[in-house]
Design a protein around this ligand. Structure first.
Ligand code: SF4
Length: 335
């Protein structure tokens, strides 16, 4: 496994053309200071290895949603400081996340000039109706266009999507549609975030008025257990599934499928679904499921959930590990 590390520098976005339904910019701006170029230099010196051989495992990441929509001179002043760390080999590149409508040739020329290697777009949904109802301020076509331009420039492309957004009754359908569009675009990476309703947002208002009913945790796990294989099949790397366990989310939480171990729950569900299909061709009774030791807890499930579910289906299952089995795979044998 590559020991890849990001030096994440948060650049709060002061210039959003609107406020998206789920975003609480006050939480963001209250808790984070806008970094000065001096601060960026300090962070790079502190975090990046001096030995250039290890530098290939590090990236400088400007996060915060809309890096290319911030004031241009300020954006360039941050890049001017970060770029020499890439040139000297102390980092392998620079990554930034931004809005699909804040990408054009002029911006990409600047990013290229300052050694940016990866651009991530917050697409969230590829359904125009959902984008509109959540006040995203861009269309699905903007995502297609910006993605193509980013790829044409030779950047690594990342796309971010959210499940359970307001505006569609069928959350599964929206997620599968968005995942399908992403597969057509073929980004290098994706991030999948469940929508969480936070205080002081339009979504919280809709929720309180009974206009928005977020999917439950178990529905969201099911949605993600369906879209993860779509990306895996298309060879698109999932670099994030679920939100970071975050104090400001917990403090401002109103509703939604938040769980600090969300990814583990989805992986556990995926194992269950795959094994269930295999077992359905076999007689009921006692079976061993053998997985790589890294996957033991996912196969068993939280509070042995998968074992209990198999028992209900008539399969008395024991989970064992064997390091010859590849991570993510399993074999089944009669006991
Ligand atoms: S574009 Fe990003 S930072 Fe701006 S309001 Fe929307 S989610 Fe929040």
């Amino acid at each position: 496994l590559a020991k890849h590390k990001n030096l994440a520098i948060f650049v709060p976005h002061a210039g959003c053309p609107q406020k998206c339904s789920f975003c609480d910019q006050n939480v963001i701006s209250e808790t984070e200071e806008i970094p000065t170029p001096e601060k960026v230099s300090e962070l790079c010196d502190e975090f990046l290895p001096t030995d250039t051989n290890s530098g290939k495992d590090y990236e400088i990441a400007f996060f915060g949603g809309s890096f290319t929509a911030i004031e241009e001179d300020y954006m360039i002043s941050l890049l001017q400081v970060a770029c020499p760390y890439v040139k000297s080999g102390r980092a392998k590149g620079i990554r930034c996340s931004t809005r699909p409508d804040a990408i054009d040739s002029h911006i990409l020329d600047i990013l290229k000039m300052y050694s940016v290697t990866s651009v991530e777009l917050g697409a969230q949904s590829m359904d125009d109706e959902v984008l509109k109802k959540n006040l995203r301020g861009h269309s699905a076509n903007d995502v297609f266009k910006a993605s193509q331009l980013i790829k044409d420039y030779g950047f690594s492309l990342g796309l971010q999507m959210m499940t359970g957004l307001y505006g569609r009754r069928d959350y599964m359908e929206d997620a599968l549609y968005t995942a399908g569009c992403f597969c057509k675009i073929k980004p290098d990476t994706v991030r999948i975030y469940p929508t969480i309703t936070l205080k002081n947002t339009l979504l919280a208002h809709f929720y309180e008025k009974g206009l928005y009913k977020p999917p439950t945790l178990s529905e969201t796990i099911e949605i993600c257990a369906n879209i993860v294989p779509v990306f895996e099949k298309a060879n698109i790397k999932i670099i994030k599934l679920g939100l970071h366990a975050d104090r400001s989310i917990e403090k401002n939480y109103v509703a939604g499928p938040y769980h600090p171990a969300f990814k583990e729950l989805v992986e556990s569900r995926i194992f269950f679904d795959k094994v269930k299909i295999e077992l359905s061709n076999k007689e009921k009774g006692r079976w061993n499921i053998i997985v790589n030791e890294k996957n033991l807890s996912q196969m068993i499930g939280q509070s042995k959930e998968n074992i209990k579910k198999f028992a209900k289906l008539g399969y008395n299952v024991k989970v064992k590990s064997n390091h010859d089995i590849k991570s993510g795979e399993f074999t089944i044998e009669k006991r």
